[in-house]
Ligand binder design. Sequence first.
Ligand code: OGA
Ligand code: NI
Length: 368
Amino acid sequence: MEARVENGGSCEVGKSGWGKSLPVPSIQEIMRSDSQSVPQRYIHENKDRPIISEDLADSPEIPVIDFSFLAKGNEDEVQKLHLACKDWGFFQVINHGVKEEILEKMKAAVAAFFELPFQEKKKYAKAENEIEGYGQNFVVSEHQKLDWSDMIYLFTIPSQNRNFKFWPLSLPGFKEALEEYSREMQKIAEELQANFSVLMGLKRDGLKRLQGGELKQGIRMNYYPICSRPDLVLGISPHSDGTSFTLLLQDDDVTGLQIKHNEAWVPVKPIPNSLVVNIGDATEIQSNGMYKSIEHRAIINEKKPRISIATFMFPDDEQEIGPVEAMIDDQNHPKLYRNIKYVDYVREKFSRKMEGKAHTQFAKLRTR
Ligand code: OGA
Ligand code: NI
């Protein structure tokens, strides 16, 4: 019998107002009972299947940004950041100042959550009409291919957005680890946002002022079980993040994340204790396309499960997102995106399956 993640059943979009997703089985549970099976719903069409290669030596490296230089206002590092956002949309951040212990505690807390018995995890199951909680998102049809992962998504900042019914509070240390990690990510995000502001021709607090306060935050914890046929499945389908930007903490010893660069899939080789940062759709729009929110996906490992922790930084629901004035110049840089209320953008994203950047058309202006 399939271990289904139960749900609340109602069809209206729930409290967060962002969207809904059909309930799906837990792939971790399926693998627990039969680690050799590859159920049909997870087998992707030929064209979408990944090439699994052990040899990563020849693949290009994504840019590395030294956060300690950025925080000191080092001009060369700011320029490096600009090129990383423009040419790659992805970079790894080293020397971010977050204690290794905090990162390790967070990873351990997430590992402990996914190790809980299924009956226990189910207590935090997301409702069909919500996107928060344990389960999976972006499932809009019984016929679509499913991703080889389970997740738990929690809103973390502002603190009044925390829905503790989805938090595994009975798991010792989980709440403390997540809260501490969330605070540290917010600090890094503030500095990055200040740099993005300057690079978009605004004052350091420009983007923050535009949205009338600090960025919101939600943390998505992903668990990718092993699969006997990683060449047939995807851990997470190609997509771009609907965020301002995303900070990803991943296992040091399993490569899974791949990004689309010059039409090829490039693996992101983990640097221990670093964070992977990617530009989200909201920053692509605000920068009028100068910075790209890049398509990415995760592949599965045959021997080792993988955990990743994505911290999504995003604007307020009510903020109008559009290209900032300094990024528009009618002659050379005409406005490429319309202004759109952030909640409307997110609802569009959550109403579709993950399919590359298809959802970003919603904000694009027709160009000649
Ligand atoms: C995500 C994501 C990639 C990964 O959660 O949005 O892209 O490597 N995760 O887990
Ligand atoms: Ni993503």
